[in-house]
Write a protein of this length. Structure first.
Length: 416
C-alpha cells in the first residue's frame, strides 16, 4: 500500500511522545483518515520491533490492544507491510514512520501527500517565527507542504509580537466553529487545563443567573508531566523556578499555569472578569482536578433567599451535560477519585457531590458611594454568592487528546 498517493486522506503527526502516541491511538480508533504518517525525527531503539513496542504499550493506559478492544476483546492486528520504509498497518489503518527530519520544514509532507499535521513535540510554539530565520519552527510544516498545522500546546510568542492573522487558538466545543479554512492555517489546541476549564466556565456564562461573575480563580491539582524531574536535579542557568527541578515522585509542587490567560483567547467575554490561576503538581501519572472558585453577583428572591445556590449550579451543569455539551461535559453525582476518571473521554467531569455555595453581602458606606457620585446617608449592600466547583479531566488521553482529535477532524473536514 502506497501512502504517498495524492488521493489518500492522510494525517501527519510530528512527535511520538505522550500526546503524539495517544493521538495515533485515537485516530486509529476513529478511522477518520485513510492513513497516518508519523515523523519521529530519529531512529527508535535498535530495530523496528523496538518502535512497535513503543507504539503498542503504555504505562498509564495499558496496551493499544486494551484501548481498542477492551480487557478481554483480543489483540489488535499490527502488520509490517514494508520493513525498510517502514510501513505498518495497525487495525487496518496504514501507518508510515519517518525517521530522518527534525526540522518541520525538512519533513516532506507534500511528497507524502499529507495536508493536515498535528505537531505534538511541544518544541515549536511560536507562530510568528518563519523558516527563513534559520531555526526550526511551527510554520515550517506549511513550507513543507502541509495546508494546516495544529499545535498540541498553547502558543508562546516571544517579545511583544502579536499573534498573526492566520494563527488562532481553538478548543473543540468552545470556539471551533470560528475556524475559517481560508484564513486560519496554524491552530493551537490550547492546553489540557484550558480545555477542561473552558468547558466548566461555558455553562455558567450561558445561564442568566450565573453569567454575572464578579471574580474567579482556579487551582489545578495536576498530574506529573515529562517537564518535571523524577529525582532532584540541578536547575538550568537563569532558571526562575527552582521547584521544577525537585523530584515529582516525592513532593507536592506549587507551579504556574497559563490557563486563565489562554481562556481569554477562546472565550473573550471572560476578559472583564478578574481571573487568577495556579497549579499544584502531584505524584500521579494522569487525571487532574480543577478547583474552580467563582463569585457571582446574585439576587434575593421574595423569601430573602439567594437565587444562586448549590442546586442551581448543579442544575446548570446537568442541563449542559444533557444538551449543548453532551459527551464533552459529564455531570457526576458519584464520589469519585482520580483513578476512576482514567480514560474518561470528556473534556471535564463535574464532581457535583462537592459543589458548595455561600452568600454574603458587600457593604458600600455613604462616603464610598459619594466618590462615585451617589449621595445617600445609607449604606448599600450588594449580595454575592461564592461557589466552589470541582471538575476532573484526564489531562492526557481522555480529555485533551480526545478534544484535540475532534478539533483535528473538524478542521480536516472543512479544509479538504
Amino acid at each position: 500500500m502506497n501512502l504517498s498517493l495524492r488521493n489518500k486522506n492522510l494525517l501527519g503527526i510530528n512527535g511520538l511522545g505522550r500526546i503524539g502516541k495517544l493521538v495515533l491511538w485515537n485516530q486509529i480508533h476513529l478511522k477518520q483518515f485513510e492513513g497516518i504518517v508519523v515523523n519521529c525525527g530519529r531512529d527508535v531503539g535498535k530495530e523496528l520491533d523496538d518502535l512497535l513496542q513503543v507504539i503498542e504499550t503504555d504505562s498509564t493506559y495499558g496496551s493499544i490492544h486494551k484501548f481498542l478492544r477492551g480487557m478481554i476483546g483480543g489483540k489488535v492486528e499490527i502488520k509490517v507491510l514494508d520493513k525498510d520504509k517502514p510501513l505498518l498497518e495497525i487495525d487496518g489503518v496504514p501507518v508510515k514512520i519517518l525517521r530522518h527530519a527534525r526540522d518541520p520544514k525538512d519533513i516532506n509532507w507534500l511528497n507524502e501527500g499529507v495536508k493536515i499535521v498535528v505537531d505534538c513535540t511541544g518544541n515549536f510554539l511560536d507562530p510568528t517565527m518563519a523558516s527563513e530565520g534559520g531555526k526550526p519552527c511551527l510554520r515550517g510544516h506549511l513550507d513543507a507542504g502541509a495546508l494546516k498545522v495544529i499545535c498540541s500546546a498553547p502558543f508562546k510568542i516571544k517579545g511583544t509580537a502579536q499573534t498573526p492573522s492566520d494563527a488562532k487558538t481553538m478548543i473543540y466545543g468552545i470556539n471551533h466553529l470560528e475556524f475559517n479554512p481560508a484564513e486560519h492555517h496554524i491552530i493551537s489546541a490550547a492546553s489540557c487545563t484550558t480545555t477542561g476549564l473552558s468547558h466548566m466556565i461555558k455553562p455558567l456564562l450561558e445561564n442568566a443567573h450565573t453569567s454575572r461573575i464578579v471574580t474567579a480563580s482556579m487551582s489545578t491539582i495536576h498530574a506529573a508531566t515529562n517537564t518535571q524531574s523524577i529525582l532532584d536535579s540541578v536547575p538550568k542557568a537563569a532558571a526562575s523556578d527552582l521547584r521544577k527541578s525537585r523530584s515529582i515522585m516525592n513532593n507536592i509542587i506549587l507551579s504556574t499555569t497559563g490557563a486563565a490567560k489562554a481562556l481569554e483567547l477562546v472565550m473573550p467575554e471572560i476578559k472583564h472578569i478578574g481571573f487568577m490561576a495556579d497549579s499544584v503538581r502531584i505524584p500521579t501519572n494522569t487525571v487532574s482536578l480543577i478547583n474552580l472558585n467563582v463569585t457571582f453577583y446574585t439576587e434575593m428572591d421574595e423569601l430573602g433567599e439567594p437565587r444562586i445556590n448549590r442546586k442551581v449550579i448543579n442544575d446548570v451543569y446537568k442541563a449542559a451535560a444533557q444538551g449543548p455539551q453532551k459527551d464533552l461535559l459529564v455531570f457526576s453525582e458519584r464520589q469519585n477519585v482520580s483513578a476512576d476518571l482514567i480514560g474518561s473521554m470528556a473534556a471535564i467531569t463535574i464532581e457535583a457531590h462537592e459543589t458548595h455555595t455561600r452568600t454574603g453581602f458587600i457593604g458600600f458606606p455613604p462616603d464610598v458611594l459619594a466618590k462615585q457620585g451617589l449621595n445617600t446617608d445609607k449604606q448599600l449592600e450588594m449580595p454575592v454568592t461564592h461557589a466552589k466547583i470541582f471538575g476532573w479531566y484526564d489531562n492526557e488521553l481522555g480529555s485533551y487528546v480526545n478534544c484535540l482529535c475532534k478539533l483535528t477532524n473538524y478542521i480536516a473536514g472543512k479544509s479538504l
